[in-house]
Design a protein. Structure first.
Length: 259
């Protein structure tokens, strides 16, 4: 007698493939089913160490959830909703667009509390000479060191080197003029530190003049001038030391060449 065909509970290859595909689809869609786009966006911006663009956020969410139709515009709408929720619930945070991306920050009215927390670390980070040099680079970029020297009326070697070390300025190439001097410009870190979305957000000269003429600015300006006076002493001493070291190095080199 022919054997009857045995029946088992094991799925066929086709059935297994179908089940795997279904499970994969469920897993791919789990991201936004369990968590909203606003939650995902908020978590990414919160965890990032630097501004994150809406395009990158959308890409991350697509990779996690499998929602290929998600766009940067969807992310931007989610950010708008988040900021509305922050405002309606009197939260201390808001999401700003800085340096081509988004980042969390405290609301402006709360700046005195945060400023006091970091006093002594941030206020002395930039001396007047560094601020002058950075301002020239920001408004005239790309600009050469001789051009910066001409505008400031003093040598800017130390200031430019310091700004390069701090990541606020960078070399953007060489000029076509005699000697092909280096061209300097600001960086994305500069935009981030000063709360600017792009260089177009820099205040105009007229706006700067209005700010300087504002009586409310006098007290803050007096504090800054006092800090500058204290810092300039150490900066001038450091510049003198570096110039002496450079002079000694040149003398040693000349002595070796003569020998």
């Amino acid at each position: 007698m022919p054997k009857e065909k045995e029946h088992t509970n094991n799925p066929t290859t086709e059935e297994t493939t179908s089940v795997s595909d279904d499970e994969g689809a469920e897993h791919a869609g789990a991201g936004l089913e369990d968590h909203s786009l606003e939650e995902a966006t908020e978590s990414i911006i919160f965890a990032a160490d630097e501004p994150v663009s809406s395009e990158r956020i959308a890409k991350i969410v697509r990779e996690v959830t499998g929602h290929t139709e998600l766009t940067a515009e969807d992310v931007e709408c989610a950010i708008d909703h988040l900021n509305e929720e922050y405002t309606d619930s009197d939260r201390a945070l808001e999401i700003h667009e800085w340096a081509g991306g988004y980042r969390m920050a405290t609301r402006s009215p709360l700046s005195p509390f945060v400023k006091t927390l970091f006093i002594g670390e941030q206020e002395t980070s930039l001396s007047r000479s560094l601020m002058e040099t950075l301002a020239v680079i920001a408004y005239r970029q790309p600009v050469t060191r001789p051009e910066v020297d001409f505008i400031r009326g003093v040598n800017s070697d130390y200031a430019i080197r310091k700004l390069l070390e701090m990541g606020l300025a960078d070399v953007e190439g060489r000029a076509d003029s005699l000697g092909r001097p280096l061209l300097y410009g600001t960086t994305s870190l500069f935009l981030e530190q000063f709360g600017l979305g792009s260089l177009d957000d820099l205040p105009t000269l007229r706006e700067v003049e209005e700010l300087l003429d504002d009586p409310a600015f006098d007290e803050e300006r007096a504090k800054l001038l006092q800090l500058d006076a204290e810092e300039d002493v150490s900066v001038d001493l450091l510049e003198d030391v570096e110039e002496d070291e450079a002079s000694n190095a040149d003398s040693e080199k000349e002595a070796v060449d003569d020998g």
